[in-house]
Design a protein around this ligand. Structure first.
Ligand SMILES: Cc1cc2nc3c(=O)[nH]c(=O)nc-3n(C[C@H](O)[C@H](O)[C@H](O)COP(=O)(O)OP(=O)(O)OC[C@H]3O[C@@H](n4cnc5c(N)ncnc54)[C@H](O)[C@@H]3O)c2cc1C
Ligand SMILES: NC(=O)c1ccc[n+]([C@@H]2O[C@H](COP(=O)([O-])OP(=O)(O)OC[C@H]3O[C@@H](n4cnc5c(N)ncnc54)[C@H](O)[C@@H]3O)[C@@H](O)[C@H]2O)c1
Length: 479
């Protein structure tokens, strides 16, 4: 058995683990990063963010969907699209990303170990790979093990028929019809991609609308667009029973709603949330316990109840995004090795890769209303900009929420092509605490979608003028 000694052992090589390992290694610390799969990258690269976004790009390209408002509804780059067509792009991107991460780790001098990690005691981690055991003693440990799809025991998971989002990537062929249970981010994104390639999708969501954390106006717009893509939305419905039956010699999934409606399809994707991947860690040996969803509790420095053991990324829960996980990994390593750190900025964006994509930063209308904060709205439509016409996205929209007196930006919401990029301009203005006058007074490239910020700001300023509210640039700038 091999025995090693390190300053930091990182368990999990997803975004949180990578950024922590890289920073610590660059600070001259002896670092090992462990993963139970035989590759680096985590859920982000292998089963989550990157594969789903690579499939989305393939869908948009091969269906020609982006071009249809110009060339007509029958336009497509490839007539019959297969699962292999979608995965081709995915394999290429994943291979390249893994190579980049491996190269970064080895250049920084972090060692990569493969096998399942578990605690022997608070300072020692065992790594088991088949018959091979390695023990690593470390002064600091970072748990960055991420999550796995939740798989309740009453759901009859069966390869190719009743599946989770990991298994979707292993389907040999695209089904003709699919029931998706769970209208969270995973369910809604995959519903759009699959419907775009012709799968008959029924999306079942227990709440009265999809993505309840998104601004209601954008959700309504998305739901309209999804229905237009022939997705059947079953909102406010929950599934009480899932059965696999045989019909004309073939397996069919039958889902019974709590309302007693029955729907069937060739395949069912179950995505009602994820579970922290802490079950293999032998947490009691480290003096730790996870909550009922497998998550670890941390303080503002990302330390668990055992101060030299930190946790970061999806395993600590909200917001559970790739970018926030990276930042938590960096902050954890900074804190453990005495670098000056600031608390994680509460101002992070969401990017939801539905078709069309949605992005947001800051407050929604519903949150501001609930908090009793006054606000006004300014809207800029893609179709009113030259770039919006060039890219043929007439439905795209940028919405600014701002304080009516100070005109300080409170929230930015975008739906349409490039929304996930566009939002960052608003994020920077919010972080700087500037009023929306900034957009009117700045010069942006032409033709770009950034022009929507100007249109939205002018629309918003006109509204407060009409209402007779303060319109003194001095007041706005000082706020
Ligand atoms: C389908 C899907 C789509 C997504 N799309 C997006 C998106 O578009 N944008 C976005 O921001 N986020 C997205 N996410 C979320 C994003 O992937 C996660 O937020 C991110 O991967 C979390 O990173 P992490 O560092 O916590 O760990 P993860 O990426 O979850 O990686 C954890 C790693 O730890 C390893 N591990 C677990 N237990 C052990 C153990 N005992 N020993 C050794 N290794 C272990 C696992 O093998 C895994 O490799 C998506 C997720 C899914 C599932
Ligand atoms: N673009 C992105 O940022 C992105 C993309 C995909 C995934 N993710 C991450 O992946 C994680 C998991 O996503 P998810 O979509 O599985 O979970 P989720 O928790 O986001 O959504 C689950 C949904 O299922 C619904 N639901 C629960 N039980 C139900 C039932 N019995 N019947 C019908 N509906 C039911 C819930 O109301 C909820 O809307 C999230 O943390 C998310 O941040 C992020």
């Amino acid at each position: 058995m091999a025995r090693l000694c390190h300053d930091l052992v990182v368990i999990g090589s997803g975004p949180a683990g990578q950024k922590a390992a890289l920073l610590a290694a660059k600070l001259g610390k002896r670092v090992a990063i462990v993963d139970r799969t035989d590759s680096v990258g985590g859920v982000c690269i292998h089963t989550g963010t990157v594969p789903s976004k690579a499939i989305r790009e393939a869908v948009l390209h091969l269906t020609g969907l982006r071009e249809r408002s110009v060339y007509g509804d029958s336009y497509s780059v490839k007539q019959s699209i297969t699962m292999d067509d979608l995965l081709y792009r995915c394999r290429h991107v994943v291979r390249t990303e893994v190579d980049v991460i491996r190269s970064q780790m080895s250049r920084a001098g972090a060692s990569m170990l493969f096998g399942t990690a578990s605690f022997i005691d608070p300072e020692t981690v065992r790594i088991q790979r088949e018959d091979e055991t390695t023990e690593v003693k470390a002064t600091h440990v970072l748990v960055a093990t991420g999550t796995n799809p939740a798989r309740p025991s009453n759901v009859p998971f069966t390869p190719g028929i009743v599946i989770d989002s990991d298994e979707l990537l292993t389907l040999p062929r695209l089904p003709k019809s699919m029931i998706i249970v769970g209208g969270g981010v995973i369910g809604t994104e995959y519903a759009c991609m699959l419907a775009a390639v012709g799968v008959k999708v029924t999306l079942v969501e227990g709440r009265p609308q999809l993505l309840d954390f998104v601004d209601n106006e954008l959700t309504e717009s998305l739901q309209f667009r999804m229905r237009d893509m022939k997705i059947r939305l079953r909102l406010g419905e929950s599934v009480k029973k899932i059965e696999i039956i045989e019909y004309e010699g073939k397996p069919v999934v039958e889902a019974t709603m709590a309302s007693n409606k029955v729907i069937d399809a060739e395949c069912l994707l179950y995505c009602i949330g994820r579970q922290g991947a802490t079950d293999r860690l032998n947490l009691p040996a480290a003096g730790l316990t996870a909550d009922n969803r497998g998550r670890l509790k941390v303080n503002e420095n990302l330390q668990t109840d055992v101060p030299h053991i930190y946790a970061a990324g999806d395993v600590i829960g909200f917001p559970a995004l790739a970018a926030t996980s990276m930042e938590q990994g960096r902050l954890a390593a900074s804190h453990m090795f005495g670098q000056i750190t600031e608390a994680q900025s509460p101002l992070f964006p969401y990017g939801i890769y539905t078709i069309p994509e949605i992005s947001m930063v800051g407050q929604t209308e519903q949150a501001l209303t609930a908090a009793g904060t006054p606000y006004e709205v300014g809207i800029g439509r893609y179709r009113e900009t030259a770039r919006g016409l060039l890219i043929a996205d007439p439905h795209g929209l940028l919405k600014l929420l701002f304080h009516p007196q100070s005109r300080r930006l409170l929230g930015v919401h975008a739906i349409g092509t490039g929304a996930t990029e566009l939002v960052h301009i608003g994020q920077a203005v919010m972080a700087a605490g500037l009023p929306i006058d900034y957009f009117v007074e700045s010069v942006f490239n032409y033709p770009t979608l950034a022009e929507c910020y100007k249109l939205a700001a002018m629309d918003g300023i006109n509204r407060v003028r009409t209402l007779g509210m303060h319109d003194e640039p001095g007041v706005a700038k000082a706020a």
